[in-house]
Design a protein around this ligand. Structure first.
Ligand code: HEM
Length: 323
């Protein structure tokens, strides 16, 4: 196991300001409403959501990301191993992404139901959440290639040898926007920032994919010829199960609260370990692809998280966070 600090020196009781999961870099299940082909369990019973204080979390995020008063008092121990750190990032970064997609889906659904374009405030939120998604692509994919190839990809392969991002149930709500469907309101001047964010998201995804898998071939692409698998209710369950995501009648206020708790854990991790604690293993020419938007995304990662948290907090404050 890759060891960050000698396990004997790692005091599990010294959790500092970490309050996510049972110990630093532990995982929590995410409860989400039905989406795409993922249905709610008929037996769904409410989960008791851990407490979420939106104002405190937003304050901590501003402090941790350097966008507000300093956080001399916030502390968290390093992860006991790089395996644990990057596994936490892969799973929790995806969970943050699902919540962001859901909150974007809600804005798009509301606008579609009104048969109007998203208003200026809604467009600003869509832009902020899309930048948040870019940040999570970088965060989830911040491990060295060797660790991705030895730990993360084999785990997904064992879940299903054709495991694919196309199975992500929550992506269904934003696929049109993210994949450049011609939405008339996107031509408005006020959507310029959102259009740029959507372009950035594509560049960052492709950059992360190229860095971690140099031939860029996904598990799905590797297996499609021998066993084509189309997205279905079954693949949705396989996907959700991998990322510890449950489905039930979960209100968006509770999605926002769960998002906030995760953003705080992510910000604590980044404050202690940085984005690339083991550096980047880019090789020359490859690294140039998408470099400018990816570098900009890396630079503003902290402020992006703080702004997305402010938006999510507006929603989380509207109801108690019981799921
Ligand atoms: C960092 C976290 C990642 C996230 C959140 C993510 C998300 C997604 C999503 C949502 C799709 C579906 C796009 C659509 O339906 O139009 C997708 C597709 C794809 N992704 Fe990723 N992705 C990630 C990392 C990677 C990596 C490391 C690779 C490296 C091979 C990769 C390669 C692909 C490919 C080739 C596709 C096309 C469909 C397929 O062959 O599975 N992605 N990804």
């Amino acid at each position: 196991m890759n060891t960050l600090t000698p396990p004997a020196a790692y005091d599990l009781l010294r959790v500092g300001d970490w309050d996510f999961g049972d110990f630093p870099y532990a995982l929590e299940p995410l409860a989400m409403p039905p989406a795409g082909q993922a249905r709610a369990s008929t037996e769904h019973r409410p989960l008791t959501a851990p407490p979420c204080d939106p104002d405190r979390i937003c304050g901590d995020l501003r402090a941790l990301t350097g966008t507000g008063p300093a956080a001399g008092h916030l502390a968290v121990p390093p992860a006991p191993s790089y395996d644990q750190l990057f596994w936490f990032r892969w799973i929790t970064g995806h969970q943050v992404t699902f919540a962001l997609w859901r909150l974007m889906g809600r804005i798009l659904d509301d606008a579609a139901a009104r048969e109007t374009a998203p208003g200026p405030a809604e467009t600003a939120r869509l832009e902020s959440y899309t930048h948040g998604y870019c940040a999570m692509l970088l965060y989830s994919g911040s491990c060295p290639r060797a660790l991705y190839q030895s730990l993360i990809r084999p785990a997904m392969f064992l879940q299903h040898r054709g495991f694919s991002g196309t199975w992500a149930p929550d992506f269904a709500q934003v696929r049109g926007l993210m994949r450049g469907r011609p939405l008339p309101w996107l031509r408005h001047g006020r959507a310029t920032g959102l259009r740029i964010a959507v372009d950035t998201q594509r560049a960052v995804h492709d950059r992360v994919a190229a860095r971690l898998v140099p031939n860029g071939r996904s598990l799905l692409q590797q297996t499609i010829a021998e066993s084509p698998v189309r997205p279905s209710e079954r693949t949705a369950v396989l996907y959700d199960n991998f990322f510890m995501t449950l489905r039930g009648p979960v209100p968006d206020t509770a999605v926002a609260a769960q998002l906030l708790r995760r953003l705080r854990a992510v910000a604590l991790d980044l404050a202690v370990n940085g984005l690339y604690p083991l550096g980047l293993d880019d090789d020359g020419e490859e690294a140039a692809v998408g470099n400018i938007s990816v570098a900009a995304c890396e630079r503003r990662l902290g402020s992006v998280l703080a702004v997305a948290a402010d938006h999510a907090a507006d929603l989380a404050r509207q109801a108690p966070a019981a799921v």
